[in-house]
Ligand binder design. Structure first.
Ligand SMILES: Cc1cc2nc3c(=O)[nH]c(=O)nc-3n(C[C@H](O)[C@H](O)[C@H](O)COP(=O)(O)O)c2cc1C
Length: 222
């Protein structure tokens, strides 16, 4: 992986400072910062390393306005410096795509012939039988949203605020941005520099409320 500048904030500082930005300053993101956000964000893990995420990076004002109209006119969409349409491609179980993942793994010394064969046989079965997801859309969402979280965290660490958004019509976004039928729109992610009024921290449920020990509903002790 190409050496990049170290991120200025620690993981803890990044987590503590991030808030969903509802308003942005009229200020662009330097290209090298955007490049670092995307390239580090793309290091996110995925099942079989299939990396089904696809990101449409929208910077032109005209296109942001178009996107805002698909997102119930939420103003942060047109104010943000960049809006990423975060998609998941259901076509990643196709043989030629699987071969590209295998080749990537081989180029990086991580995949040998035995593992390559395992990927070749297991991925089509996974998509056919779907033992661990309700639908392939659920699968693409699972993988893509993790990458979105990575992108959000890298951005915050570089001082770039964000807002993940589910408030949009996927049908409208797909039509307006030429997104193929087999590609799902998982969320929109606005990026930029937050403007006042800043969103207040809404709190989080604690370990005792959301973590169980060993079995669902059982009390967890650290
Ligand atoms: C999947 C997802 C979808 C969201 N959709 C929207 C949205 O459409 N519009 C919006 O203003 N905020 C949206 N948010 C932001 C949440 O409201 C926000 O993360 C939550 O209130 C917690 O606040 P915080 O992120 O500032 O801690 C979304 C967050 C997530 C994770």
């Amino acid at each position: 992986m190409k050496q990049q500048n170290l991120l200025p904030l620690s993981v803890q500082e990044t987590i503590e400072q991030r808030r969903a930005a509802r308003s942005f300053e009229n200020k662009s993101i330097p290209p090298e910062t955007l490049n670092q956000i995307l390239s580090l964000g793309l290091q996110s893990p995925s099942g079989f390393n299939l990396q089904p995420w696809r990101f449409i990076v929208v910077k032109e004002q005209e296109n942001k306005e178009k996107l805002k109209a698909c997102a119930f006119n939420q103003k942060q969409v047109s104010e943000a410096a960049v809006v990423i349409i975060c998609c998941g491609d259901r076509g990643v179980s196709k043989p030629e795509y699987i071969e590209s993942v295998i080749q990537l793994g081989k180029d990086n010394g991580a995949v040998n012939d035995v593992y390559a064969e395992h990927i070749r046989t297991s991925v089509p079965k996974l998509f056919e039988n779907q033992p661990c997801f309700e639908s392939i859309e659920a699968w693409t969402n699972r993988q893509t949203m993790l990458a979105v979280a990575y992108i959000m965290m890298v951005a915050q660490s570089l001082g770039v605020d964000s807002c993940p958004m589910e408030g949009f019509s996927a049908t409208q976004v797909k039509e307006a941005f030429n997104i193929p039928a087999e590609v799902d729109v998982c969320c929109l992610l606005t990026l930029g520099y937050a403007a006042e009024p800043f969103k207040k921290y809404g709190g989080r449920f604690g370990i005792e409320q959301v973590c169980y020990g060993e079995s669902y509903g059982e009390q967890f002790e650290v």
